[in-house]
Design a binder for this molecule. Sequence first.
Ligand code: GRF
Length: 207
Amino acid sequence: MLVSGFGSNLQTFIDGSQTGDLPIDIVGVISNKEGVYGLERARNAGIPERCIPHGQFSSRETFDRSLLTQLREWQAELVVLAGFMRILSNGFVKHFENRLINIHPSLLPNYTGLNTHQRVLEDSEKSHGASVHFVIPELDKGPVIIQGKLKINSDDTAETLQQRVHSIEHQIYPLAIKWFAEGRLSVTADGVLLDGEKSAKQVITFN
Ligand code: GRF
């Protein structure tokens, strides 16, 4: 797992793997930032953790090579980005093709990039949400595995939307990783299939 901060999504994976709901073994957590709570969550759970500060590297590629070396040492089969705020190089993304997953706080393909909650409000959108997707070299453009949708209320602010979306993330992200771990996902020209077909389970509406 790669994190840069608070690590609440990471915590849902830790909890799920401990209760057995999530059939995964978290082999390690890397942060590109020192002292973040995500690393403490890993330590508290007895999971190997490591900080690799990106500022100590002369280029994106050399930083990513260091990530790769550590992930290889841990024999990571899947890389989960849980609030990891660094763009990864094409070489890294290709290396983990269809084994690199991210969560983005919008209903992709809409609102790629940053400040999604503020931007949907400015555009008077009626709905918003979060998307779990495989990562490809183009930022936030990879095939979507699952989306959680909510209706925007007239009194929503960027802060309330952030909280509501975060709580959706904690439900859809473990589900997507469970599907992956169970071998139920396939990536095709039609997008991501669940059990070989497009499933209604891949878009969930929340209150
Ligand atoms: C989430 O909102 C995610 O969508 C974005 O970063 C945030 C991470 O939150 N990519 P946390 O660190 O898991 O609490």
